[in-house]
Design a protein around this ligand. Structure first.
Ligand code: COA
Length: 230
C-alpha cells in the first residue's frame, strides 16, 4: 500500500504559522508553477537550475507537471489560505526523476519560494520525497547542488550523513542513500531510543558508565563517523 498516491493530502504549519497543504503535482498546476517561478528570486532560480533562468517555457511547464508519479515524481506545497481571494499560492516543489539505466537512483531537487525559506518547508518536502521514492524502489538520490548552497548541503548531510560529494565546476554532485523515514514522521531525528546521546544519558542515569568517560566516547565516535569530504 502506497502513501503517496493521487489522493495524498497533507496539512502542515511552517515555523512562522503559515498553513500549507502538500499534494502531488498534476497537469492543472501549470499556472501555479509558472506564477511561483516568476516570484522566485534570481538567486533561488540559479540555485535550483544551476544556470540563469528568466522564464519557464510551455514545454518546460509541461515536462514539470505532466509526470507519471512513478519514474518522475513531483510533490507540491501551496498556502492553505491562498492569496485571500481564492487563488492558490505555490510555496514549494520537490521532485525526483529516476536516472535512465539506473533503476534505484534518482536525481532529486527542491525549490522553496523565497518568502517560505528557512521555515522548515524544504526539509519537510525533502523528507516526503525520500519516503515517496523509497515506496517506488529508489535507494539513492543524486542532487546537483551549487557549491555555495549551504542550506541544501546541510539538509542532505543531516538526513544522510553517509552521502558522498564530488565537486566540479562550482557544483557539488551529492549522492545519498535514502534515509529510513516514514511517510508521516514530522522530522528525521532518530527516535530517542536509537540516538547516541539518549543512550549516553540513559547509561549515565543508570550509573552504567562514568559520565566524563562516556562524553569523551560519545564525541569521539561522533567525530569519527562524520564524512567530511565535502
Ligand atoms: C535549499 C532549500 C530547498 C531549503 O529549504 P528551506 O525551506 O529554506 O529549508 P528548511 O527551513 O526546511 O531547513 C532545512 C535544513 O536546511 C539547513 N539550513 C537551512 N537554512 C540554513 C542556513 N542558512 N545555513 C545552514 N543550513 C541551513 C538546516 O539543516 C535545516 O534544518 P534544521 O531546520 O533542522 O536545522 C531552499 O532554501 C530553496 O529552495 N533554495 C533555492 C533552490 C535550491 O537551492 N534548491 C536546491 C537545489 S537541489
Amino acid at each position: 500500500m502506497r502513501h503517496f498516491t493521487a489522493d495524498y493530502v497533507e496539512r502542515a504549519t511552517l515555523r512562522d504559522g503559515t498553513p500549507v497543504v502538500l499534494r502531488l503535482v498534476c497537469p492543472e498546476d501549470k499556472p501555479i508553477l509558472a506564477a511561483g517561478f516568476a516570484r522566485l528570486s534570481p538567486q533561488a532560480r540559479y540555485a535550483r537550475f544551476l544556470a540563469p533562468k528568466s522564464e519557464l517555457k510551455a514545454e518546460e511547464l509541461a515536462y514539470l507537471t505532466e509526470v507519471d508519479q512513478e519514474h518522475h515524481f513531483a510533490l507540491g506545497a501551496v498556502r492553505e489560505d491562498g492569496d485571500g481571494k481564492g487563488n492558490p499560492i505555490g510555496l514549494g516543489i520537490a521532485r525526483f526523476i529516476r536516472l535512465p539505466g539506473e533503476h534505484a537512483t534518482a536525481e532529486a531537487a527542491v525549490a522553496i519560494a523565497d518568502e517560505a525559506q528557512g521555515k522548515g518547508l524544504g526539509k519537510l518536502m525533502f523528507l516526503r520525497l525520500c519516503a515517496a521514492a523509497a515506496e517506488r524502489g529508489i535507494e539513492r538520490f543524486r542532487c546537483e547542488v551549487l557549491g555555495s548552497n549551504t542550506s541544501m548541503a546541510t539538509l542532505i548531510q543531516k538526513l544522510s550523513p553517509e552521502r558522498s560529494v564530488h565537486v566540479g565546476g562550482g557544483v557539488m554532485s551529492i549522492e545519498m542513500p535514502l534515509p529510513n523515514v516514514t511517510p508521516t514522521r514530522p522530522h528525521e531525528e532518530p527516535a530517542p531510543e536509537d540516538g547516541g546521546m539518549y543512550a549516553l544519558f540513559r547509561a549515565a542515569a543508570e550509573n552504567l558508565v562514568e559520565w566524563t568517560h562516556a562524553v569523551t566516547r560519545f564525541w569521539g565516535r561522533h567525530e569519527d563517523s562524520v564524512d567530511d569530504d565535502a
